[in-house]
Each structure stands twice: as structure tokens, then as C-alpha cells.
Design a protein around this ligand. Structure first.
Ligand SMILES: CC(=O)N[C@H]1[C@@H](OP(=O)(O)OP(=O)(O)OC[C@H]2O[C@@H](n3ccc(=O)[nH]c3=O)[C@H](O)[C@@H]2O)O[C@H](CO)[C@@H](O)[C@@H]1O
Ligand SMILES: C=C(OP(=O)(O)O)C(=O)O
Length: 422
């Protein structure tokens, strides 16, 4: 079950639709806790992280159910305040529930957040914003404890731009007393979607998508009901898979304007694309040019989550490419696995140098985190012969039916269940 087998070498061809965004769905699920009734998230991806967040909300007293990809969350009685470390240890974004718990139930106690090991990932900015809003917060060795009789609006400047801490601040401030100004906020699309969702619930928020978000607390929020946007990282991953195999794919529901930094690099590599009737038509057959230098950055810069899948593409392009990873210091672990397949990637600190165009050959490799796992899939699709990817539970954290999707594009791929999609 934890393995995927791929026989590479076939250009991907066909049309694909993109699942709902993981990183939008998770904070929207946390936001649903702020309404004492039923909220509805349409197009919710059926992936391990969403199931984990669902389990946590249920452990707090919420009722949840699915109709296809629509997730219903009845938080009428979600009055629990304790989240076990078993759940939080599975997923980094569990930590944003602390602000939602404080806003709703005045206190929260949770195990330390776990998730993919891609860097140190401290939570200081999360705790800072909650303290600024008047909460008492204690960081213990394995848990986080917080209490607030009443959260009060404040002017807060984040010491570091953080997606999760910005979400934490927003979730805690929407029901706080008075005005909150959050400065040095992350501008990622997922923050914008969270604010749209909260505004549809009656929250008063302005400025999302800029570095300064202003919130006026309201007494209560009504039910949320929203379509989750397509996942920009999944869309980028499939474009990488098409480029690595020199294939041509059409994305029927591309994310709107959220992939610009990636598409710029895609164009530099020789990929072509155009938008027609709301679709993104991508032709990766001309992918041939290395990328002399690329660095990851906060949005709208090149997303760190697409850095590893892109590295896999660059291993297939003759010439030297160089990547600098500025967000997570430990996101190059995948280089070792790519090298096992015949790639030539040298890592030095925050930089990776890729001598592309060496012949990739299938072998057994191991995923150790989500996007690194996706990069192995991209490389395996381009490699000669069979690749077995172990540790695929990391991939299923974020990709809904990825094997079926790639098989529908002509890939020879099967999960270890023995189910072949040929
Ligand atoms: C569930 C989710 O949405 N995950 C995304 C989110 O993760 P996440 O929200 O964890 O990422 P952050 O934006 O918080 O992290 C950015 C940087 O800030 C540092 N930092 C963060 C918080 C803090 O309190 N102190 C601190 O120093 C981190 O170690 C990292 O170096 O944004 C990342 C950056 O786009 C993406 O790669 C993840 O896919
Ligand atoms: C790093 C990621 O997720 P998380 O922040 O949940 O670990 C990711 O989606 O690439």
C-alpha cells in the first residue's frame, strides 16, 4: 500500500482536473469551528491531511460527513479544548487550531505539531500573535497550552513572514474584541481564500493578499459554504510531470493567476502554454533549457512546495541548473534519492547544483516527505525502466488519487495494492 511502481519513459498526454487545495481546505476547516452550526466545504480533497483535521475536529465534538467531495462540518457542539499529540503529531497545520480554539472555547491544549521534516519549523510567530491578542500561552516540551478570557484586538507586526502564523492571527482575531492590524503578513493565495471564507461567514477583514490585514472583531459568525479552489501545487506538479516526460497536458480547472512564478520558469525551460476557455493547455515537448539560477521565495515568488518537483524536471535537461531554497533549510533531502536514479545533484547548504541530462534509470527509492515524494514520481515517469517508490503515505498527505490521475494521462503506474491502472 505504501509503494508505487512506475515504468517510465512515456510522454504524458491528455486532460486532467485538479483537486481542491490542501493548504486552503485545512485552514477553512479550522475556521468552521468558529460557527456553532453546519458549514459546508465543496470540492474538499479526500487526502490524509484533511482526514486528520476531520478526526481532530471530531475529537473536539464536531460531527462531520461527506457527500462525494463535499465535506459537512457540524460544529454546534465542538466544545472540546484538548487535542491529543497523536493527531497533531501527524500534521504541521494542526497548530492553527490553537487560535480557533481560543476564539471559540477560550482555551486550548494540544500536542506539538508534527508533519513533514523539511526544516526546523518553529512556532514562535504563532505563539507571539496569540499573546499579542491577550492570550496566556505556554510552550511545553511536547505540548502547547493557551487560555484567554477574552481576546482583544491589537496592532501586531510579525517578526517573520509565515503562512501558518498569519492564519493563526486571522482565526484568533475575527471574534476578538475591537480592531486588529496584522503587519508583515504572508500574501499566499491560501490566506486570501481563508479570508474570503471567513468574510462569507460574516467576519470583517480587509487587506488579505497584502502584507497588512485589518480585522474588526464580530460577536459571532454564521455558517460557511464555499468551493475550495484548485490546488496550485498539485497543478504545478502535473505540469512538471508533463515537462519531464516531454508531454502535453490540458488542465481543465487551472488555479487563476496563482502559478505565475512557476509558469515563468516553465517558459524559460522551453515549455509552452496558453489559456483557452478557462483551460490551461501546456506543451512540455520543447523542454530543453536549464535554469541557471532559481530561488524560492514567499508568494508571489517561486513556491518552495514546487522546488523538488522542478528539481526532478531539471535533472532531465542537459546543462547546469542551480536552485537556492530560502524557505525550508531541509528540502534538499530528495537529491540523494534522485542521484540513486542516475541524476547528478550536488547540495551545498541552501543551494543545489543540478547537472542535467544524465540518463535516469528506474530503481527503488524512498519518499521522506510530501513534495520530495512528488518529485520522485516526476523523475520516475521520465526514467527508463521500473521505479518503486516507498514511503508513499507522504505523497497521499497531499495528492488525491494521484496514480489514477497519472494513469489517465497515459502513465504506466500502479499502487502496491496490486490495482493496475494501465
Ligand atoms: C499547511 C500549509 O499551508 N503548509 C504550507 C505553509 O507551511 P507553514 O505555514 O508551516 O510555513 P511558514 O510560512 O510558517 O514557514 C515559512 C518560514 O518561516 C519559519 N517560521 C514559521 C513560523 C514560525 O512561527 N516561525 C518561523 O520561523 C519556518 O521555519 C519557515 O522557514 O507555508 C509553506 C511556505 O509557503 C508551505 O511550504 C507549506 O506547504
Ligand atoms: C510542506 C507542506 O505541507 P505542511 O506544511 O503541512 O507540512 C506542503 O504542502 O508541501
Amino acid at each position: 500500500m505504501d509503494k508505487i511502481r512506475i515504468t517510465g519513459g512515456k510522454p504524458l498526454q491528455g486532460t486532467i482536473s485538479i483537486q481542491g487545495s490542501k493548504n486552503s481546505a485545512l485552514p477553512m476547516m479550522a475556521a468552521s469551528l468558529l460557527h456553532r452550526g453546519v458549514s459546508v466545504l465543496k470540492g474538499c480533497p479526500a487526502i490524509a491531511d484533511v482526514y486528520c483535521m476531520e478526526d481532530i475536529l471530531r475529537s473536539l465534538g464536531a460531527l462531520t460527513w461527506w457527500e462525494k467531495n463535499t465535506l459537512y462540518l457540524d460544529c454546534s457542539r465542538a466544545d472540546g479544548t484538548e487535542v491529543s499529540g497523536d493527531s497533531t503529531g501527524k500534521m504541521r497545520s494542526s497548530v492553527i487550531l490553537l487560535g480557533a480554539l481560543l476564539a471559540r472555547n477560550k482555551k486550548g491544549s494540544m500536542g506539538y505539531p508534527g508533519g513533514c521534516v523539511i526544516g526546523k519549523r518553529p512556532v514562535d510567530q504563532h505563539l507571539y500573535v496569540l499573546r499579542c491578542l491577550g492570550a496566556w500561552v505556554e510552550e511545553k516540551e511536547n505540548s502547547l497550552e493557551a487560555e484567554a478570557g477574552c481576546l482583544k484586538g491589537a496592532e501586531i507586526v510579525f517578526g517573520k513572514i509565515s503562512v501558518g502564523a498569519t492564519e493563526q492571527g486571522i482565526l484568533a482575531a475575527v471574534l476578538a474584541e475591537g480592531h486588529t492590524v496584522l503587519r508583515n503578513c504572508a500574501r499566499e493565495p491560501e490566506i486570501v481564500w481563508l479570508c474570503r471564507y471567513l468574510r462569507s461567514m460574516g467576519a470583517e477583514i480587509q487587506g488579505e493578499g497584502t502584507h497588512c490585514i485589518r480585522i474588526t472583531g464580530v460577536k459571532e459568525l454564521k455558517a460557511g459554504n464555499m468551493q475550495i479552489p484548485p490546488d496550485r501545487i498539485v497543478a504545478g506538479t502535473y505540469l512538471c510531470a508533463a515537462a519531464a516526460t516531454r508531454g502535453k497536458i490540458t488542465i481543465s480547472n487551472p488555479p487563476e493567476g496563482e502559478l505565475d512564478a512557476f509558469l515563468e520558469v516553465y517558459g524559460k525551460m522551453g515549455g509552452q502554454y496558453n489559456r483557452r476557455s478557462g483551460k490551461l493547455i501546456a506543451d512540455g515537448s520543447g523542454t530543453a533549457f536549464p535554469v541557471p539560477f532559481l530561488e524560492t521565495d514567499t508568494y508571489p515568488g517561486f513556491p518552495t512546495d514546487l522546488q523538488s518537483p522542478l528539481m526532478a524536471v531539471l535533472t532531465t535537461i542537459p546543462g547546469k541548473s542551480r536552485i537556492r531554497e530560502n524557505i525550508f533549510e531541509n528540502r534538499f533531502r530528495i537529491a540523494k534519492e534522485l542521484n540513486k536514479m542516475g541524476a547528478s545533484v550536488a547540495v551545498s547548504g541552501r543551494e543545489a547544483s543540478i547537472q542535467g541530462g544524465t540518463c535516469l534509470r528506474g530503481c527503488t527509492v524512498r519518499a521522506r516527505e510530501l513534495r520530495g515524494g512528488a518529485a520522485l514520481l516526476v523523475a520516475a515517469l521520465a526514467a527508463q525502466g521500473e521505479t518503486v517508490i516507498e514511503g508513499c503515505s507522504f505523497i497521499y498527505r497531499g495528492y488525491e488519487h494521484i496514480c489514477e490521475d497519472l494513469a489517465s494521462l497515459g502513465a504506466q503506474i500502479e499502487e502496491d495494492t496490486g490495482t493496475a491502472f494501465l
